[in-house]
Design a binder for this molecule. Structure first.
Ligand code: NAD
Length: 267
């Protein structure tokens, strides 16, 4: 049985993670934490997630139940990544990270921590999106030199970062496959007199609206034909179940930085 500790338990993903842990017979939720001063402290995690009492008290840190935690799951904010990683390194805990919008410094923190503990980091924990990352490579290999490449994404109105981490991962996979540097060729949105499209660019377009869980399209458009590869998530449970799968997979792994592609055996 894998003991799970959830950070940011009251977040949109935190609540669904509590539910996903409950639904999986091979894991037990042993700790759930929220930010200091939160009104949820002292309440029951199951009640927070709307699934009935689970006898797991919500606290302001994972400290009180550290011994029972095998894997920490972190879907919070980039600003708290440093403190979350430091806690896991100090306590020698594996961690599954879903937080997106990390800057270069935070990515380097992740890499450094992975020399001491096992970490899975993925911008998207759904099986379909991870398959899509392989499919876009195949499309890029065949059509990438002649087609215009655009990545479109839509998310709910509360999402804080843009483009989504998944859109960036799709862009990176495509750029890597056709030997372009995404830092050089990415175009984020267009306005005014932009001139004709430069062929080597990879464009990103972002929609933020309502309660859209997450939609991504990679578009390969040539003269006379257009290929669109689209994924639509309809429930956050798909991400949460993927994160729980990653947590179970991480047990017994040596220190290192793993991806969901590793977890699913695609690498
Ligand atoms: P949210 O705003 O609903 O939740 C964020 C959580 O972080 C909250 O519980 C908040 O209290 C907690 N938090 C923030 N600051 C904190 C602090 N200082 N100390 C402790 N806790 C703190 O956001 P969300 O929709 O649940 O998304 C969270 C993250 O997960 C985002 O980065 C989002 O993009 C990402 N996400 C990733 C995937 C994936 O598959 N990788 C899927 C969905 C969301």
């Amino acid at each position: 049985m894998t003991g799970i500790g959830i950070l940011g338990a009251n977040g949109r993903m935190g609540r669904v993670l509590i539910d996903a842990a409950h639904l999986d017979a091979n894991v037990t939720l042993v700790a759930a934490s929220v930010r200091e001063g939160s009104n949820w402290i002292g309440m029951d995690a199951g009640e927070l997630a709307g699934i009935g009492k689970q006898n797991v008290e919500i606290t302001s840190s994972l400290e009180h139940n550290a011994a029972e935690i095998d894997v920490v799951i972190d879907f919070t904010l980039p600003d708290v990544l440093e403190q979350n990683l430091a806690w896991c390194v100090k306590n020698n805990k594996a961690i599954v990270i879903g937080t997106t919008g990390l800057n270069d410094k935070q990515k380097e923190m992740l890499r450094l921590a992975s020399t001491k503990i096992p970490i899975v980091f993925a911008a998207n924990y759904s099986v379909g999106v991870n398959l899509m990352l392989n499919l876009v490579r195949q499309a890029a290999k065949t059509m990438g030199d002649s087609a215009d490449i655009e990545i479109l994404e839509a998310h709910h109105r509360f999402k804080k970062d843009a483009p989504s981490g998944t859109a960036m991962a799709i862009g990176e996979a495509i750029a890597d496959e056709i030997g372009r540097d995404l830092n050089q060729c990415a175009v984020y949105g267009r306005e005014g007199d932009t001139g004709e499209r430069k062929h080597e660019t990879i464009g990103f377009a972002t929609v933020r609206a309502g309660d859209v869980v997450g939609e991504h399209t990679a578009l390969f458009a040539d003269i006379g034909e257009r290929l669109e590869i689209t994924h639509k998530a309809s429930s956050r449970l798909t991400f949460a179940k993927g994160a729980i799968t990653a947590a179970k997979w991480l047990i017994g792994k040596p220190s290192g930085l793993y991806s969901m592609q590793d977890v699913l055996g695609f690498n």
